[in-house]
Design a protein around this ligand. Structure first.
Ligand SMILES: N=C(N)NCCC[C@H](NC(=O)CCC(=O)O)C(=O)O
Length: 446
């Protein structure tokens, strides 16, 4: 049976903005309060999808969430009409208001952890929406994410949907950003690799000192249990706490895997030798993993973080792999030199494609943050909501929709403006029809 890895990209919402909400994510805090360009951000995202499709990767989209999250503000004591809730919150608690207007659901690598049917005990594709508990603005995402995933992957025969893990820091879960899968062929069983920042129930283990560890070991273990993964084919490894303190807030900022290859920086893991040995041992029944290590002497950690060398999409193209990298990698000397050299060596990676996703990068979201990987068999593909699977014509239609409805400049101060919110609702209302999602948005239900 023909299995393929689909990339479900988050469509950037009309409210895309820079509010400096993510402590530990240096791009987010560094660009706080800069004006944003939602139209350009969404078009860059669609252009990326077009590029991936041209490289042979099937592409889906996940719709953005409705913001402002008026219900969250009401739960915090703001009352009266919606308008009153928003203006009072913006005046009295601007930081909380900004958190409730974030377009952060665009980074669908954090939407959920997905295990393909080849790995799970009941042979269904499992989805666990991430609780994203470490950041208030992101912790608001999971209820909508779950209902969206249920509408995009509706078949109970093929898909199993879980709720987010308990809303406690002990079970902090950031989804696929800390999860990688290795396999020979997408349809065959593989090894699922979970990277965590700290062990929440064991304070003897090292932890970052400056920035938060957003993923816990206990959350990763719970996901593996729920998804029915075979323990012998599941590996847990701790991220290097010093890397988190340098700004590596998710593992996908310092390593990326695909097929039988792991591309990683030497400072990625707390115990590199053990991590690689555990991975190879789990992969032994299937073959040999290709570990492509980048040394600090080749690319200093700060260059890896600012260029997002590892937030690239590592994809299979015919008989080789390609890296889809942000243009920041081309503009960072050490990284560009490294990549130019890499493709001349006999490694799995023989092609590098550069892509401009600057609007997202300025919030710490590179190409890999914008996509959720879902391996599907032909039957599973047929059971997906087809309106969410892209082709050229649908991408063109979405580009037209963006150009019609999205502003080319948004300041954080605009976010409570009634006219702006109405524009966002109109855009999402039309989108829900284009993607055949039904009345999924709260404003459509009241
Ligand atoms: N690495 C992956 N997979 N995802 C990147 C997510 C970026 C996101 N930024 C933000 O949420 C910033 C929003 C703001 O500051 O306005 C975050 O930190 O959670």
């Amino acid at each position: 049976m023909n299995h393929q890895e689909f990339n479900f990209d988050g469509l950037v919402g009309p409210n895309h903005n820079y509010a400096g909400l993510s402590f530990g994510n240096v791009a987010s805090t560094g660009n706080a309060n800069s004006p944003s360009n939602p139209q350009q951000a969404a078009l860059q995202g669609l252009q990326k999808m077009r590029k991936l499709m041209a490289l042979g990767i099937p592409q889906g989209v996940l719709a953005p969430q409705q913001r402002p999250h008026v219900q969250a503000l009401r739960s915090l004591g703001f009352s009266g009409s919606d308008d009153n809730v928003l203006t009072t919150a913006q005046q009295q608690a601007p930081a909380i208001f900004n958190a409730c207007v974030s377009a952060s659901s665009m980074w669908t690598a954090n939407a959920a952890t997905v295990s393909p049917s080849a790995d799970t005990a009941d042979a269904k594709v499992h989805f666990s929406p991430a609780n994203l508990i470490n950041k208030f603005h992101r912790s608001l995402e999971h209820p909508f994410t779950e209902s969206l995933l249920r509408r995009v992957f509706p078949s109970e025969q093929h898909f199993s949907h879980h709720h987010a893990l308990p809303m406690s820091d002990h079970f902090g879960d950031e989804g696929a950003a800390n999860h990688t899968r290795f396999c020979n062929r997408y349809g065959e069983a593989g090894v699922e690799f979970f990277v965590y920042g700290k062990a929440a129930f064991d304070s003897r283990q090292p932890q970052p000192q400056k920035y938060p560890a957003r993923q816990t070991l206990e959350a990763s273990q719970a996901i593996a249990r729920r998804h029915g993964l075979a323990p012998s084919q599941t590996v847990f490894a701790q991220q290097n706490p010093a890397a988190i303190d340098a700004g590596v807030f998710h593992n996908d900022v310092i390593s990326v895997g695909n097929g039988n290859a792991l591309f990683y920086h030497e400072l990625a893991f707390a115990d590199e030798a053990k991590t690689l040995a555990d991975l190879q041992q789990a992969f032994d029944p299937f073959g040999t993993l290709d570990f492509i290590k980048v040394a600090t002497a080749q690319v200093p950690l700060q260059d890896a973080i600012s260029s997002y060398l590892f937030n690239t999409q590592l994809i299979s193209v015919g008989d080789h792999m390609a890296l889809v990298a942000p243009t920041e990698c081309e503009q960072t000397d050490s990284v560009h030199r490294y990549l130019s050299d890499l493709v001349t060596h006999s490694s799995s990676i023989q092609q590098v494609e550069y892509i401009d996703v600057k609007q997202s990068m300025r919030n710490g979201g590179g190409p890999a943050c914008l996509r959720l990987r879902v391996v599907l068999s032909e039957q599973e593909q047929a059971a997906v909501n087809q309106a969410c699977i892209m082709d050229e014509a649908k991408i063109t239609a979405l580009e037209g929709w963006v150009k019609e409805h999205y502003r080319d400049r948004v300041d954080v101060a605009d976010l409570a403006d009634t006219a702006f919110i109405q524009e966002c609702h109109t855009a999402l209302d039309e989108l829900s029809r284009l993607l055949q999602l039904g009345s999924i948005y709260p404003f459509q239900q009241s």
